[in-house]
Design a protein around this ligand. Sequence first.
Ligand SMILES: [Ca+2]
Ligand SMILES: [Ca+2]
Ligand SMILES: [Ca+2]
Ligand SMILES: [Ca+2]
Length: 200
Amino acid sequence: MRPGQVCDGIMDCKDGTDEAQCREEDFRECGSGSRIHRSYWCDGWPDCQDNHADELHCWECHMKLEYECPNSRCISVSNVCDSQCDCVPDCEDESNCNHTLYNSIQGSTLCEVGSSLTCLTYNLDRSQDRCIAPQYICDQKNDCHNGDILNDEFGCVLSGVCPSTSHFSCSDGRCMPNHLRCDHKPDCLSGDDEEHCSMY
Ligand SMILES: [Ca+2]
Ligand SMILES: [Ca+2]
Ligand SMILES: [Ca+2]
Ligand SMILES: [Ca+2]
């Protein structure tokens, strides 16, 4: 449920919980004066677009798994140098990067095949792509933050063996549905799904 759907007068949840707590005191103010529902405060994802106020000073950053932005927001280490600005306003998380992970060309991000995995976003706006380093693939956390469309946890199988002929295996250990083979877009970390395509 996105913030705009909470308390908009339309029942989006079957049980109506999205319209149940809609008093003035159920909202909190972002820096810009916009308001978001308190249920989005400290939920791990910034909803105050201007200053991320809803995700500041929520908890102490986890030493190994999180990076502390200068504004004290804790972000996952997987989102440091992933091409998207997570520390507002100065994007420190993207300022000291080894750019073998991605190239930025005219506002678009190009993740480097083999070095990082391209995460697509809901609206397929290529400037929103994140580039996720190999060590975060199949670690049971969606580091792409893109819901259930293709992300770094898609196609992970414990055995490393694809269950049926409807799927093929990437060298990164994931199983992809056959329709992603030779669709001119690398879905495997190393782009093996786009190799030997003249055969198809
Ligand atoms: Ca939030
Ligand atoms: Ca980032
Ligand atoms: Ca992951
Ligand atoms: Ca593909």
